[in-house]
Design a protein around this ligand. Structure first.
Ligand SMILES: CC(C)(COP(=O)(O)OP(=O)(O)OC[C@H]1O[C@@H](n2cnc3c(N)ncnc32)[C@H](O)[C@@H]1OP(=O)(O)O)[C@@H](O)C(=O)NCCC(=O)NCCS
Length: 167
């Protein structure tokens, strides 16, 4: 039986260990890490999956913004990493974590959602798409088709050119 808890209930070192296992210890060079450097996750949208006392999955969300050239900043919530312990992947934990986060975001998100991820997963199951993000920029390399976004809780997506960075 999987229990979903606030991520803040979990020892930070256990979370880092899980992320190393899912993404590798070289994960810190990724563009997503550059965007959220120095930030704390959004507590109400970050969760842990725990099974028989062991951490088996995590989802974290971050307060970022789309900064347009005219100086207008549109807040966004950056979703990810979503990580499942490698030996338990493809048994529904990722979908459970995403569904739990989206349910919380439906009423609690203060802005639309964005992420860097596989559209074959996040589009297929959760309604994320790259259509709105074509003119966005990130502070590092990324594949355009993997820059995804989703409106939620009445918050629309900016579609103009703009850099994603801290709020
Ligand atoms: C990506 C991840 C969060 C998915 O969670 P999960 O618990 O393994 O997957 P779920 O059980 O929720 O979903 C399984 C379904 O999603 C599909 N799926 C899983 N990961 C996928 C991916 N990266 N791309 C496309 N489809 C994927 C599976 O094929 C399966 O589809 P099916 O039901 O038709 O067989 C997890 O595998 C993980 O932590 N991976 C390591 C990190 C990573 O590679 N992330 C890449 C995405 S950013």
């Amino acid at each position: 039986m999987v229990e979903l808890l606030p991520l803040s209930d979990i020892e930070p070192q256990a979370v880092e260990h899980l992320l190393d296992a899912a993404f590798g210890t070289d994960r810190f060079g990724r563009t997503a890490y550059r965007i959220r450097a120095g930030m704390a996750p959004v507590p109400a949208l970050s969760f842990a999956a725990v099974e028989r006392g062991a951490l088996v999955g995590t989802i974290q969300c971050w307060p970022v913004a789309h900064h347009a050239a005219d100086g207008i900043a549109t807040p966004l919530v950056m979703v990810g990493p979503v990580a499942v312990r490698p030996d338990l992947q493809r048994s529904g934990h990722g979908r459970l974590l995403m569904a739990h986060m989206l349910a919380a975001a439906e009423t609690g998100a203060d802005s639309a959602l964005m992420m860097i991820g596989d559209p074959e997963y996040y589009g297929r199951f959760f309604g994320f798409a790259a259509a709105a993000t074509a003119a966005w920029e990130l502070p590092g390399p990324y594949e355009k088709h993997r820059l995804l976004a989703r409106a939620i809780n009445g918050h629309d997506l900016p579609t103009s050119a703009g850099m994603i960075g801290p709020r």
